[in-house]
Design a protein around this ligand. Structure first.
Ligand code: ADP
Ligand code: MG
Length: 677
């Protein structure tokens, strides 16, 4: 297949490869691999180090590769029906090692006497009698020093996948490089062809590192280029500059004094809104830091200049809560705050849409219903989204574009370290609420084993008796385990016959979910057993105890969000993490929860422990799914990619020069996939 551009490979179907027929092509499709291009960029998820050790060097207990010659044909032992063991031994110049295989007649027969193989597995036994059971093995002539492990499944084995990759690589002479040569050389990145071949069959750890670095760079570079052009579209002038105004009535009507951080955030945002280019600001503040008031102040500010505001939140409950809060704050000042969700129907909806269209409504709060086709605004000046991680870039843009481009405020409790946020969001400005309102008590957090279940129940009982409410969060809805929400709900109902125990999970109908949540919010339920559907934003001040089952199954930031559901009043709140799992990472996570209550600290720790792949959750962010780059550990590459992207962008923003065409293709492909198009 000669010299090829990566995107040309997209047009070549997989069944052109050796060993891939119709059936296997279907299996590959199941892994999301449709073309030779997809296969080429189906990178291994891990590697096994098959660097050969001598039998003498191999330490019992360690996992390693050993090269040995088969001493005699393997002996078959029928242990019982359905269990056959094949035993044999291999030797090298330094010693002998026993081998056993289970139920694998074919594999056993392939280990022919006198032939040399590399075996990979855990060394068992003791120094004078070593053995390996069920080792992986390959003829020593074809065993690589480092063996790639591909994401497999769909009936495809590692052997089939690596066979197909090998065949493909042997047919393509050179994969053309989309990166400009000058840049590649200047940054000493290896050519794409070399990088791809190395990733699929590395000769050494160093070469692999170099290849991964190059591929990481390319991916982040394309991401940055794509983000730059997205942003340009977002920044057309608005003609919606808000005029200077006197905010004293707003502050005078607040039931409390704003924190310094809230004041600062309002000032920063107001300065943006007075300009003719749209504000694009992220308001980050830990749960409970008081983001809503900041939004309310800015809505008042916009209103004084005759602009409407719209706020989009991910769920109906949140929409109702925010609407009630904003009404309380803003209607005494003469503003009309209204709610639009899919539950607002018929004549009521028509009338509301009318008021929105002719400007009677000053603030419209709602779910994604507010970006519905029939919603027309009179004059939106400010668009706010809360808990932005539930919305995609596209939805947010749609909100901003309703009624012409407006100023945008994105509120998030998911703290992203500033450097990372700047690079990912680029010129999105950030205000941080780094201060909680006064009088808040730290939530006391404990970690216990499930052996303490009865003590935990006693604690729950105490809370119910005192007229307070309890959340119990479970990792699964109903997987049959004791810790799934459905079973836990049953157990707790049995255990507390007098109490009102509710159940909430994602498989319930939206209307039922709303009802359950509302009952809890209104204090009509004592204990709410749920999955993580309660994670976002809900405010029930009399809930003062949060129990998390199988806490090790949750990420740190998620645990922090969950915990933020309690501690919403001046009463002491508690969080109990139940976990029996021992192990470095899981234990470290839970320990961090018990010792730390600062969301930013926790986010930093989370990034350290997990990397941002998980941190950012899914592709809902509208960021492309990264194949190889890790936004945390590849920070230095990210910075250099961002810088290079800016340079290239300023000289050829549309990537329209012929030599940038392959890059343009790649950037487009990356973002098509991100937006789910
Ligand atoms: P979040 O940032 O999590 O969205 P909210 O806006 O829901 O936080 O505010 C949490 C609670 O703190 C609300 O009950 C709000 O009335 C209260 N609050 C906000 N700002 C202050 C303040 N400056 N002083 C006292 N209470 C405040
Ligand atoms: Mg909030």
């Amino acid at each position: 297949m000669r010299r090829m551009r990566p995107d040309e490979l997209k047009r070549i179907p997989l069944d052109r490869l050796k060993g891939v027929g119709n059936k296997r092509a279907g299996m590959f499709a199941g892994l999301g691999i449709y073309s030779c291009y997809d296969l080429l960029f189906h990178f291994p998820r891990a590697y096994e180090d098959w660097t050969v050790k001598t039998i003498e060097e191999a330490v019992p207990g360690s996992v390693c590769a050993v090269k040995g010659t088969v001493s005699a044909p393997l002996k078959k032992n029928m242990v019982r029906r359905g269990l056959t063991i094949y035993k044999g031994s291999v030797f090298d110049g330094t010693g002998k090692m026993n081998i056993s295989l289970f139920n694998t007649a074919y594999a056993a027969a392939s280990l022919r006497q006198g032939e040399e193989f590399v075996f990979y597995g855990r060394i068992e036994g003791h120094p004078r009698s070593k053995s390996m059971s069920s080792p992986k093995f390959m003829p020593s002539a074809s065993a690589p020093p480092i063996r790639p492990l591909y994401p497999a499944g769909q009936g495809l084995t590692q052997t089939v996948i690596s066979g197909a990759v090998k065949d493909l690589l042997s047919r393509v002479d050179v994969i053309d490089d989309p990166l400009p040569e000058e840049m590649r050389v200047r940054l000493s990145l290896c050519p794409l062809d070399e990088a791809v071949r190395t990733v699929h069959g590395p000769e050494s750890g160093e070469k692999l590192d170099r290849a991964v670095r190059r591929l990481t760079f390319e991916e982040l570079f394309c991401m940055q280029l794509g983000l730059l052009s997205l942003r340009k579209r977002e920044r057309a002038p608005t003609g919606k500059a808000v005029g200077r105004c006197d905010m004293s009535r707003f502050f005078a009507s607040l039931p409390f004094k704003p924190t310094k951080a809230q004041m600062r955030a309002m000032r920063e945002a107001a300065a943006d809104m007075m300009k003719n280019v749209p504000m694009n600001r992220l308001l980050q503040g830990d749960v409970g830091s008081g983001k809503t008031v900041v939004a309310a102040g800015l809505m008042y500010f916009a209103w004084k200049s005759g602009f409407q505001s719209v706020m989009m939140v991910p769920t109906e409950i949140l929409a109702e809560q925010h609407c009630a809060t904003l009404k309380k704050l803003l209607s005494p000042l003469g503003m009309t705050v209204e709610l639009l969700t899919s539950s607002v129907r018929g004549a009521e909806r028509e009338e509301l849409l009318e008021r929105v269209a002719n400007g009677v409504t000053s603030v419209l709060v709602g779910t994604h219903a507010v970006i519905g086709d029939r919603v027309e605004f009179y004059n939106v000046g400010l668009a706010v989204t809360d808990e932005q991680h539930r919305f995609g870039v596209r939805q947010r843009r749609k909100l901003t574009e309703k009624g012409g481009p407006a100023h945008t405020l994105v509120m998030s409790a998911t703290p992203i370290p500033r450097t990372l946020a700047l690079i990912i969001y680029g010129d999105l400005d950030i205000s941080v609420l780094d201060e909680l309102p006064p009088g808040r008590r730290e939530i006391r957090t404990y970690c216990v084993g499930s052996g303490a279940r009865e003590r935990v129940n006693g604690f729950i009982e105490k809370h119910i008796r005192a007229g307070r409410q309890v959340y119990v969060v479970c990792p699964a809805i109903d997987d049959g385990s004791e810790d799934s929400a459905v079973l836990r709900h049953k157990r707790l109902t049995e255990r507390f016959p007098g109490a009102r125990v509710g159940l909430l999970h994602g498989k319930m109908k939206p209307a039922d979910k709303e009802k359950t949540m509302r009952m809890f919010a209104e204090g009509k339920t004592d204990v709410l057993v749920s999955t993580t559907v309660i994670e976002v934003g809900v405010d029930v001040p009399s809930a003062t105890l949060m129990i998390v089952e199988e806490a090790e199954k949750f990420g740190l930031s998620q645990l922090h969000q969950l915990r933020g559901r309690v501690g919403r009043s001046d009463r002491q709140s508690f969080c109990v993490l139940i976990s029996d799992v021992k192990g470095d990472e899981a234990e470290e996570r839970l320990k961090a929860m018990c010792s730390c209550s600062d969301g930013f600290e926790i986010a930093k720790k989370d990034l350290e422990l997990r990397g941002p792949g998980d941190f950012f959750g899914s592709r809902q962010h509208g960021l492309p799914l990264l194949r190889i780059a890790d936004l945390h550990s590849d920070m230095d590459i990210l910075e250099s990619a961002a810088e290079e992207a800016k340079k290239l962008y300023s000289s050829d923003p549309d990537l329209s020069e012929p030599e940038h065409e392959p890059l343009r293709e790649e950037v487009n492909a990356l973002f098509e996939q991100a937006s789910g198009a």
